[in-house]
Design a protein around this ligand. Structure first.
Ligand SMILES: [Cu+2]
Length: 322
């Protein structure tokens, strides 16, 4: 455990600790070797200084076979240290990038210049994210316009949020408190105002907070996935009772879909998002590419509602083409 210091930001997750240990290891190696080299430069400057006017340097390599050993030493030791750094860095990288099974999924939409967040139960908030302490929180993030970056120093999270692709990250806060959220990627004139807070609460307090003011999807101007499915007339083709014109979407989530070019795709968030915006890209086997594109007619937040809705559609997987 590293004590809090004025140099390092707050440390509020286990991953933050791993990142700091790795950073301190790299930093101490840097300090040791920089000092060693600086001292040797000074010592050798004095020790091997020119003492008479006609003195000429000698080629150490030819005259001293021991220099092979010396060269091996200064190659192998740094190699070993760098490999340690590499292996350790890889371990931390995977720790940071692989959410543990059962992590609760939160949606984050970045736009000029705010963060819009949706909880697993559909609750929404802006520039604030309330989470319970000690529970893994998975973030699924997308931008509505330019590239933003979800930056929470206390969790050592610094990850780009891209338009047209979901980025996934996770954290588990290990103490309660309020931590800064920044946009870490210059994104326009009000970039510096694109800030917020992560509020880490005791699980009980979080439950109480969730049960508090009701701001469901419809209360904040975004219709629920179920409503959108009707209002965007998805249901005219994707009727749960027939698979005549379009595949039934019940039970689709997580399955392998056979496409009419002979390949397969996994029905995940990105697949469903693409199916709605660019239906022609992956056409389900046995169907005609008749689905219209909804690009420009559905916002990222509405897409999230639709993805969540399709995810929640249980029942027998669609038969034809699977
Ligand atoms: Cu931004």
């Amino acid at each position: 455990m590293i004590p809090s210091s004025p140099v390092l930001p707050d440390q509020a997750s286990d991953v933050a600790r791993s990142v700091d240990h790795l950073m301190l290891f790299a930093l101490s190696g840097l300090v040791v070797f920089s000092t060693l080299i600086a001292v040797l430069v000074l010592v050798f400057m004095v020790k091997y200084r020119r003492t008479s006017a006609n003195q000429v340097g000698i080629d150490i390599y030819e005259t001293n076979p021991k220099s092979h050993i010396l060269e091996l030493v200064w190659s192998v030791i740094p190699l070993g240290l760098l490999l340690v750094l590499f292996g350790w860095g890889t371990k931390v990288f995977f720790e940071q990038n692989r959410p543990p099974a059962g992590a609760a999924q939160y949606w984050v939409t970045g736009r000029q210049w705010m963060w819009k967040i949706q909880h697993p139960d559909g609750r929404r908030e802006i520039n604030e994210l309330h989470v319970p302490v000690g529970r893994a929180v998975q973030l699924k993030m997308i931008s509505e316009d330019v590239i933003h970056d979800f930056f929470v120093p206390a969790f050592r999270i610094h990850v780009d949020v891209l338009p047209s692709r979901y980025t996934t990250y996770w954290f588990k806060a290990n103490r309660t408190g309020t931590f800064h959220l920044f946009c870490g990627q210059y994104c326009g004139v009000e970039h510096s105002k694109m800030v917020g807070s992560i509020i880490v609460m005791e699980p009980r307090a979080y439950e109480a907070w969730l049960a508090g003011e009701k701001t469901g999807p419809s209360a904040t101007g975004v219709a629920s996935g179920e409503e959108l499915f009707v209002s965007k007339s998805c249901n005219t083709c994707h009727r749960p009772d027939s698979s005549a014109r379009a595949p039934v979407l019940n039970g689709l989530w997580g399955t392998q879909v056979s496409l009419n070019d002979g390949t397969k795709a996994v029905a995940n968030d990105d697949y469903i998002r693409e199916s709605i915006l660019n239906p022609g890209a992956k056409v389900v086997q046995g169907y005609q590419p008749v689905m219209p594109t909804f690009r420009g007619q559905i916002s990222e937040e509405e897409l999230i509602q639709l993805v969540n809705h399709i995810k929640s559609l249980k029942g027998a997987p669609a038969e034809a083409g699977k």
